[in-house]
Design a protein around this ligand. Sequence first.
Ligand code: SAM
Length: 305
Amino acid sequence: MFSYRHAFHAGNHADVLKHLTLVACLQYLAQKDVGLLLADTHAGAGIYRLDQELARTSGESGRGIVRVAAAAVQARAQGQTLPAAVQAYLELVQTYNLGSDSLRHYPGSPWICQTLLRPQDQLKLFEVHPTDARLLERHVADLGRGKQIELRRSDGFAGLRALLPPPTRRALVLIDPSYELKTDYAAVLDCLEDALERFPTGCYAVWYPVIARPESHALARKLKALSTRVQRPWAQALLDVGQAPTSGRSAEVARGQARTPLHASAMHLINPPFALAEQWRAALPWLSATLKEGPGAQWQVESGG
Ligand code: SAM
């Protein structure tokens, strides 16, 4: 059975990149009134406590969202304006930490989606880990939003098929596996290929770790090739925080790489919002400077189509 628990990693640099992107996409798509299908194929537990055991053990949020929030306070105190995407993401995270001096709660992707969900939208979540699925179910039930949010305890890759195309012909799909299984890399591509056949105009967002593994390098390349083959616009962003001097000490499991802290990850979007690449180009230099751990820190944005 799976051992990956997102609570260890909640609010780390990879979540910062992924969730900042998700907020930017959702805000853009909400400019049109027509209802949206939001699908999160690998949902996790929904919302996390940063002051409890799992997150404290890893300390990853301290080098992620906590650092971003502190740098934002400092920047504002110096009269600087934050990049718009950073500002929007931080504002959303802060809504779960009102009245608190420190960040105690961190919204995962289902929570970001439900925060920005409008009455005409639908949110479909998939999670297979028994503990996280139970937690997510409880969190969703507490929201009391009835059928607008649906959780399935089943494979998100397979489950997405039945959702596409959505009746309103508008969707944002987040594909964010743990890559605990080597087969996840190929499954992402198969899932996307099938989804694009069913619904070519959906906005698809894939997160992946950038690690020393052939499957990881190949995925970046294959995602671009797929986007080009189906003739859809795409955008890709990479954030590498560099190697920390204490490398190898902290993380329990970093996306399938036991005891090797993850230092780089990327997002690939197909049919991205028009301004996303520009928003990334404004935000990533600031994020990179803020989250830098050591040598090798860099960021990249590419787009095409
Ligand atoms: N998307 C979440 C977020 O950003 O807050 C984090 C998700 S975490 C990286 C990946 C999750 O996918 C884990 O909770 C894992 O249990 C779950 N998972 C793994 N394989 C799955 C599958 N085939 N279908 C659905 N969920 C799966």
